[in-house]
Design a protein around this ligand. Structure first.
Ligand code: SF4
Length: 193
């Protein structure tokens, strides 16, 4: 059975890709971009280790209850967990959802890489946003990306460049859970305060 080491999940967000989406941040990244917006998610250590089977049920439930358009995979570095994420991405597409992936690696680099499961993951992703975060060139004009060097790649016919320009979309969301914990996600971060 496949498992994923998950740092955070937001069941329904309008701030992490086109439409309403379930966003999944995985734990662990080998890069250390200065001013990384999710420093707590970098260490390669167990966070919430969850069976992919359970995440599939969650996604299916979120589709039913929130009408999500897709899932977004972020981190941390998702490609380090490509085997489990590819299974999840394949399932999401099978039930009619789109898949968006944020990675600190360039797409060309990934295609030539030896990351276990990367080919399957890329076969089940509709949009890749690639490249390290560069805090001295913060992105001002495009949705969802952190810095100007990062690029969108459309791996299916589902979306195109029309989704990129910032119009009036949600950029950051704040929420309070039943225990009173406040959290935020969107450009360019997810935090708990
Ligand atoms: S690749 Fe992403 S998660 Fe990793 S250090 Fe850079 S900004 Fe942070």
């Amino acid at each position: 059975m496949a498992w994923l080491n998950v740092a955070a999940i937001v069941d329904a967000t309008d701030a992490e890709g086109p439409g309403t989406r379930t966003a999944i941040w995985v734990q662990g990244c080998l890069k250390r971009c200065p001013s990384c917006c999710n420093p707590d998610f970098l260490k390669l250590e167990p966070a919430s280790v969850i069976a992919v089977k359970k995440l599939k049920k969650k996604i299916e439930s979120n589709k039913k209850h929130f009408g999500i358009e897709g899932i977004t995979l972020l981190g941390g570095e998702p490609v380090l967990q490509a085997p489990g994420l590819s299974e999840l991405a394949e399932f999401a597409q099978r039930i009619g959802l789109s898949v968006m992936l944020f990675t600190g690696y360039k797409l060309e680099e990934l295609k030539e890489s030896q990351f276990n499961g990367i080919d399957k993951l890329l076969r089940h992703v509709d949009i890749v946003v690639d490249g390290e975060f560069e805090s001295d060139i913060i992105e001002q004009n495009r949705n969802w990306v952190g810095s100007e060097n990062q690029n969108f790649h459309y791996l299916s016919e589902k979306y195109d460049e029309a989704i990129e320009p910032i119009k009036e979309g949600v950029i950051t969301e704040w929420r309070i859970d039943p225990e009173g914990v406040v959290s935020a996600n969107g450009i360019p971060f997810i935090v708990k305060v």
